[in-house]
Design a binder for this molecule. Structure first.
Ligand SMILES: C[S@@+](CC[C@H](N)C(=O)[O-])C[C@H]1O[C@@H](n2cnc3c(N)ncnc32)[C@H](O)[C@@H]1O
Length: 249
């Protein structure tokens, strides 16, 4: 049977080049959720290879990672032996009701149907518990290299539109009626990485994989474009984080 996750085929690139999340995001999460991560029972859905899982564990949470992708979870288990990772779907969580203080989706909430997944999250949360969803988005709309890249993606990757990053996630959660309070915070940060790691990061994206036979043409064009902007081969990549926390009554 084929994988249910488009990321299973990308696991090596994912693991090698995806960015982690800044410390401030976890401090903001604690502030908006009104409780420390330390000691919390956390269900982390769409956990992938465990980039956010490891941060939550380091902060002292008990974490149950869930993902649709068997290969992603295999890598997560290799990195964190003994963790109780579960193969499962956000829209039908294989968990009992009322077991979690926090349910987290790091870079994963845009993959679910919101009304279905929100109902599942509300079922799994304890009263007063919170759903936290967050993203790292490249914050380079003013940069020519970014606009060129987005134009190439929109031309080459079927269905890709840069606007997917600007969905009204907080409003969508309010509209579900499952949450008493929905709060949001953002932050900015940067990372520096060499051009080869940058291209691996592009390869880890499902919409770059979706280019298919012309993926190498896309990556060659990206290499040329990035080296024009960053001639020493060190890319400076600006990010903004978006965090939305929704509290269950
Ligand atoms: C962009 S990756 C994010 C991985 C990880 N959270 C991180 O921060 O790097 C999205 C993950 O969501 C998973 N995913 C997508 N739809 C899902 C669903 N309906 N239920 C569970 N996991 C899902 C994918 O398999 C993938 O591992």
């Amino acid at each position: 049977m084929g994988s249910r996750s488009p990321f299973d085929a990308l696991v090596d690139a994912y693991d090698a080049a995806r960015p982690t999340y800044p410390d401030r995001l976890f401090a903001d999460l604690e502030r908006l959720a009104g409780r420390p991560v330390a000691g919390a029972d956390v269900v982390e859905v769409g956990a992938g290879t465990g980039i956010a899982t490891r941060r939550l564990l380091d902060l002292g949470a008990r974490v149950v990672p869930v993902d649709l992708g068997a290969a992603m979870l295999t890598r997560l288990r290799e990195r964190t032996p003994g963790i109780p990772a579960v193969l499962g779907d956000a829209e039908a969580l294989p968990l009992r009701s009322g077991v979690a203080d926090l349910v987290c989706f790091a870079q994963a909430w845009h993959w679910v149907r919101v009304p279905v997944a929100a109902a599942e999250v509300a079922r799994v949360l304890r009263p007063g518990g919170s759903l936290a969803v967050w993203w790292n988005d490249v914050d380079a709309e003013d940069e020519r290299w970014w606009r060129r890249q987005q134009e190439r993606l929109e031309a080459m990757s079927p269905g890709y539109r840069r606007e997917y990053r600007t969905r009204p996630y907080a409003e969508e959660l309010r509209w579900t009626g499952h949450f008493a309070e929905v709060l949001t915070l953002g932050g900015r940060w940067r990372r520096r990485l060499d051009i080869d790691t940058y291209l691996t990061w592009l390869r880890s994206k499902s919409y770059v994989a979706a280019i298919g036979d012309r993926q190498e043409d896309f990556l060659d064009a990206e290499r040329r474009s990035m080296l024009r902007t960053f001639p020493d081969g060190i890319v400076e990549e600006p990010f903004r984080t978006l965090l939305v926390v929704a509290r269950r009554p």
